[in-house]
Write a protein that binds this ligand. Structure first.
Ligand code: 13P
Length: 249
């Protein structure tokens, strides 16, 4: 069975209205391979501009976070219902920057994933270990601690609607990409961990690699058996480079 491939752009707190329109114009006419999805996740103020300018059915729009509540007194937060209003399809959840700087624990991430799914959004669930965790041999333990509360909350069947992004924290924004060997081995572990709950579901879940992916290193990474695409930070802000990454799957 061939899994869907995905290249998603995480703009983080970068970009502009101009980049939002230009990125859509730059990608709209591309012919992507079958069963390939491109996702652009800009900061929330640019979501509707991206939505309005996308003309290619293989490109979708995603947000970078939601609150786990429906609505109310949560100043500065965004509700899944608001993303529904804009017909946004995806949402990045559990990014290591949110875990580290905004206190998104794995339990809160699980709540957010559940709420996203209940609202019809597809979560891109990010997991990853720090450099110290990798060096002390705790990578697999850390990843399983991040996955377990989500599985407990939503059930393994629901992972049919979840994309998992493995982003080693030490590779994010550092220019230090995981070697293809480390990336593949870790993806294989993640798929195996999911398979421990349901082998069929595990085969269907797209697993993305993220961390210093660029137009030069993406091909080799994407060629690995358990790597189904990438979650791209810095390189997703450069139109020509991002286009190459989208076409490299
Ligand atoms: P970089 O590609 O800039 O390393 O960022 C990766 C990332 O965090 C994507 O979510």
């Amino acid at each position: 069975m061939s899994r869907q491939t995905i290249v998603a752009a995480n703009w983080k707190m970068n970009g502009s209205l101009e980049l939002a329109t230009q990125m859509c114009n730059g990608l709209n006419d591309e012919n992507f391979k079958d069963n390939h999805q491109v996702i652009i996740c800009p900061p929330a103020p640019y979501l509707s501009t991206i939505q309005a300018n996308l003309k290619n059915s293989q490109i979708a729009c995603g947000a970078q976070n939601i609150n786990e509540n429906e609505k109310g007194a949560y100043t500065g937060e965004i509700s899944a219902l608001m993303l529904n209003d804009l017909q946004v399809q995806y949402v990045i959840l559990g990014h290591s920057e949110r875990r580290a700087m905004f206190a998104d624990s794995s339990e809160i991430v699980a709540e957010k994933v559940a709420y996203a799914l209940a609202s019809g959004l597809k979560p891109i669930l990010c997991i990853g270990e720090t450099e110290e965790e990798r060096e002390s041999g705790e990578t697999e333990l850390r990843l399983s601690y991040q996955l377990a509360p989500v599985i407990a909350k939503i059930g393994i069947e629901s992972f049919k609607n979840v994309v998992v992004a493995y982003e080693p924290v030490w590779a994010i924004g550092t220019g230090k990409t995981a070697s293809t060997k480390i990336a593949q081995e870790t993806h294989e572990f993640i798929r195996g961990y999911l398979a421990g709950f349901d082998a069929d579901v595990a085969q269907q879940v797209p697993l993305l690699y993220g961390g210093s992916v660029n137009a030069t290193n993406c091909k080799e990474l994407f060629a690995q058996a358990d790597i189904d695409g990438g979650l791209i930070g810095g390189a997703s802000l450069k139109i020509e480079e991002f286009k190459k990454i989208c076409l490299a799957v």
